[in-house]
Design a protein around this ligand. Structure first.
Ligand code: CP
Length: 305
């Protein structure tokens, strides 16, 4: 088995295999077929932070593959971490109870700590402001489905690029797929310099443009993100920045023809509900794509594809 802790550890061949396997599973499900690849296997989901999509889509993915699920929501208060048990020791326990585990935790590096304790595959479901690799994979899957390719596309990453783990994983993965980036953020929430400089050094085109209207005019994909309230130390700073960007029908009018709008969700105020009627509003389709992509990941890390 293989842990999925970040996107950098995945080879291009592995990424392509995940995309192909997800597409195959999606075709089987759409044609009414049943998959039993994970029959007799158990998934443990350990969530120390809130989640709707990641936990539920992993759980339904496991059930749709014929497997079973052990779920610890609110793990911070309902598991023995409340009594001081380390994540490493939790990994030692989980390996005896489950065949694969998904963890979400507020601290960067926590998924790696669980993986150090467990001999079974561990999947990072979001570690603090670090990475969210399975989100990046379902984002890639969505772009391929919606636009038919990634090569040559201009992708605008907008919102909280400092704290948003989905854009940290997403930028690293999409950079390998031939896209150009526009980074649209208030200065205080800019993409970490280490990421921007790393992309530029590897030859990826990056434009820094805090003006959303001019950014959407040349983008094939607008990837909006929520301002990450839970990562702010100063509540006043959050209040000042929380409405930095709001995509409305007026924004859509200024967009490049055929632009799709993505968002890892949940949204707060950064995309108005009126935009949901726009045919390029892909964010709910994107969330649904999490199911076949996570089915592929579970099966592949367990050798059951
Ligand atoms: N996109 C995402 O990770 O959503 P949840 O926080 O609801 O899992």
């Amino acid at each position: 088995g293989k842990d999925i802790l970040d996107v950098q550890s995945l080879t291009d061949d592995e990424v392509h295999l995940i995309m192909e396997t997800a597409a195959r599973y999606e075709r089987v499900m759409k044609s009414g077929g049943r998959l039993l690849n994970m029959d007799g296997k158990t998934l443990a989901t350990l969530f120390y932070e809130p989640s709707t999509r990641t936990r539920l889509s992993f759980e339904t993915a496991m059930l749709r593959l014929g497997g079973t699920v052990l779920s610890v929501a609110d793990a911070k208060t309902s598991s023995s971490s409340k009594k001081g048990e380390t994540i490493y020791d939790t990994g030692k326990m989980i390996e005896g109870y489950a065949d694969v585990a998904v963890i979400r935790h507020p601290e960067t590096g926590s998924a790696a700590e669980l993986a150090a304790g467990s001999s079974k595959p561990v999947i990072n479901g979001g570690d603090g402001a670090g990475q969210h690799p399975t989100q990046a994979l379902l984002d890639l899957y969505t772009i391929i489905k919606e636009k038919g390719k990634t090569e040559g596309l201009t992708v605008c990453l907008a919102g909280d690029l400092k704290n948003g783990r989905t854009v940290h994983s997403g930028a690293a993965l999409l950079a390998r797929m031939g896209v150009k980036f526009i980074f649209t953020a208030p200065e205080a929430l800019a993409m970490p310099a280490s990421i921007t400089e790393g992309l530029k050094k590897s030859g990826v085109e990056v434009e820094i443009n805090p003006d959303l209207d001019s950014a959407v005019a040349k983008s094939d994909v607008l990837y909006m993100t929520r301002i990450q309230k839970e990562r702010f130390e100063d509540p006043e700073e959050y209040e000042r920045l929380k409405t930095s960007y709001e995509v409305t029908n007026e924004t859509v009018k200024k967009a490049k023809k055929g632009m799709i709008i993505m968002h890892p969700l949940p949204r707060v105020t950064e995309i108005a509900v009126e935009v949901d009627a726009y045919e390029g509003a892909a964010y709910f389709r994107q969330a649904a794509n999490g199911v076949p992509v996570r089915m592929a990941l579970l099966a592949l890390v367990c050798g059951c594809e």
